[in-house]
Ligand binder design. Structure first.
Ligand code: SOE
Length: 379
């Protein structure tokens, strides 16, 4: 198949800039697609660092002002991998310039920002997507298939956790490269927008919309030095966040995220209990899906651990041979592959900006409820 070039302009070269660049670089080697991403330009404020990144990843040119990047006629798609406070302005300008727009999660710092982003891409009619990558872990995609096939029956419970431990030290500053996630003005919120947003996106994809929530949050370290101002400043983010939810389908849920669970680095787990079957998945063992089917013969009934690496498992025939595992970075490759395939069919897959907004309505309701102490309806 002759592949049409799709000229990518990336904003931001941190952790997420690397995951996206890796996806664009690898995707055509493993998936047969109608489009071929071209690493046309990368943009960041530090000219020296952005030049080094361009050299390492093979970007053809650099910019230090994202406005210039957005205006360039030789760019088809703007990919936003910069901190959360930049997402809205860049996405709205990119859509206005007629570019396709991809954004790292969460879409905006709050739903009000995300609403403006959705309006901009929908008014411009440009393809758009949010990088909620965990949907594309093959085991999670398999869970989606099993649920959609009705194997679980009526869903009663959804349980998700995302546990980390990297901000326990009170000496850790807030703000600046790598630590902007601790600065509320940049991040919008703490673990609610950073970690629970992943859990909520996956949950609504698997189990439908969330109707109402009741939440609690805590900021364990109240003041931290700010890396940019040099002053000790109040911490505005939530360090831990937990909530109960009622889904529109009547199921009950618990969600928890924290950066204070000593010993856990990125323990994202989810469990779903249905009338006929249950599912459990754990990011630390991401290639396995635990599955219990009550329809199995009684004597042999039990949890099975499915090693999701076979050719008939989602995405796996594009990689190695059955039994060989893939990892975290492949989820971004899968998302890029689905986006490019969708472009060819004129039907871009989710999560769209509108899906990202739906998640932000839930995270806003969680933060509202933590403040009010009451159940809150999701906007
Ligand atoms: C935070 O540590 C973080 O990097 C999130 O920002 C990512 O979205 C998550 O996938 C892993 O953890």
């Amino acid at each position: 198949m002759i592949k049409k070039p799709l000229r990518v302009g990336l904003v931001g070269y941190g952790f997420m800039g690397r995951t996206h660049s890796n996806a664009f670089a690898k995707v055509n080697q493993f998936f047969d697609l109608p489009y071929r991403p071209v690493l046309q330009a990368v943009c960041a404020r530090d000219a020296g660092k952005v030049a080094a990144f361009a050299e390492q990843w093979g970007y053809g040119s650099t910019e230090t002002d994202w406005r210039k990047l957005v205006e360039r006629p030789d760019i088809d798609l703007i990919d936003i991998a910069s901190p959360n406070d930049t997402h809205a302005e860049i996405a709205i300008a990119a859509a206005g310039a007629g570019k396709m727009v991809l954004s790292e999660k969460p879409l905006g710092r709050n739903a009000a920002e995300s609403e403006r982003m959705v309006e901009a891409v929908e008014k411009a009619g440009v393809p758009n997507m949010v990088w909620y990558n965990y949907r594309r872990v093959p085991a999670v995609t398999l869970a989606k298939q099993l649920i959609d096939e009705g194997r679980l029956g009526k869903i009663f419970h959804y349980r998700a956790k995302f546990l980390q431990d990297w901000t326990i030290s009170a000496d850790l500053p807030q703000g600046g490269a790598g630590l902007w996630r601790l600065d509320v003005n940049v991040a919008g919120s703490g673990v609610t927008g950073d970690l629970l947003a992943h859990c909520i996106d996956t949950a609504m994809w698997l189990n439908g919309g969330i109707d109402q929530v009741t939440a609690m949050t805590e900021t364990f370290v109240k003041e931290r030095p700010h890396a940019l101002t040099g002053r000790v400043e109040k911490v505005g983010i939530d360090d831990a966040s937990a909530f109960l939810a009622r889904f529109q389908n009547g199921s009950l849920a618990t969600f928890e995220a924290t950066r204070y669970a000593r010993g856990h680095k990125a323990l994202y787990t989810l469990e779903i209990n249905g009338e006929h079957a249950s599912i459990f998945w754990d990011l630390h063992d991401l290639h396995r899906l635990e599955y219990f089917d009550h329809g199995d013969e009684g004597r042999l009934r039990g949890w099975r651990s499915i090693h999701v690496t076979d050719g008939d498992h989602p995405y796996m025939k594009n990689w190695w041979v059955p039994g060989l595992q893939i990892g975290y970075e492949h989820t971004f490759v899968h998302q890029a592959a689905d986006f490019l395939a969708g472009l060819g069919e004129g039907r871009v897959p989710g999560p769209s900006f509108r899906d990202g907004l739906a998640t932000d309505y839930v995270t806003d309701a969680v933060l509202r409820s933590a403040g009010s102490g009451r159940w809150e309806k999701v906007g």
